[in-house]
Design a protein around this ligand. Structure first.
Ligand code: HEC
Length: 144
């Protein structure tokens, strides 16, 4: 079930993500320490309550919560976040899955009113700084 939702969402987001502004520079790398620092601050202000301080996501994240919604997945490279390219990840953070996928009720609301495109990209750099090198490189290739 979880896998099926992932596949469907990737398909829809792929189409939606073309709306992400043209001046984003993908792939996002971990080359800039400043970007990672900025991303960390933005992450701690906006994401940590659900995705946790170590990016490990909610406990038992593959299950659903008491009202049947998905729990926050890990963003640290142990889940499947690294299977999505940068455009897709940017769109998920900007709009939230619930807005991107028809009939999907997600609890993560998009951050388009709170974070600039640049801040979202900085968060991506911060997330990637946690990923094992082989996942990082694989995802960079996908995002080219
Ligand atoms: C209210 C809790 C909550 C907050 C706050 C939140 N998220 Fe999420 N996030 C979720 C849930 C739940 C999902 C699973 C998809 C869904 O149901 O919407 C998710 C999914 C994601 C995904 C997709 C991961 C994957 O492996 O498919 C990314 C990336 C993500 N969140 C990043 C962020 C970032 C970055 C922030 C802060 C700017 C953030 N989230 C804030 C709950 C949250």
């Amino acid at each position: 079930m979880y896998k099926l939702i992932s596949l469907i969402t990737v398909f829809f987001i792929y189409n939606m993500s073309n709306t992400v502004s043209a001046h984003n520079h993908f792939p996002i790398t971990t080359d800039s320490k400043l970007m990672i620092e900025r991303g960390k601050i933005a992450y701690n202000n906006n994401c940590v309550s659900c995705h946790m301080i170590n990016l490990a996501g909610a406990e038992d994240w593959k299950g659903v919560d008491e009202d049947g919604h998905r729990k926050a997945p890990p963003l640290n490279g142990t889940g499947h976040t690294w299977h999505h390219d940068d455009k897709t990840l940017h769109a998920i953070i900007k709009y939230g899955l619930a807005k991107l996928v028809k009939n999907y009720e997600g609890k993560m609301i998009g951050f388009e009113d709170k974070l600039s495109d640049k801040e979202i990209d900085s968060i991506l750099a911060y997330l990637k700084s946690f990923w094992p090198i082989e996942k990082y490189e694989y995802q960079i290739q996908m995002s080219n």
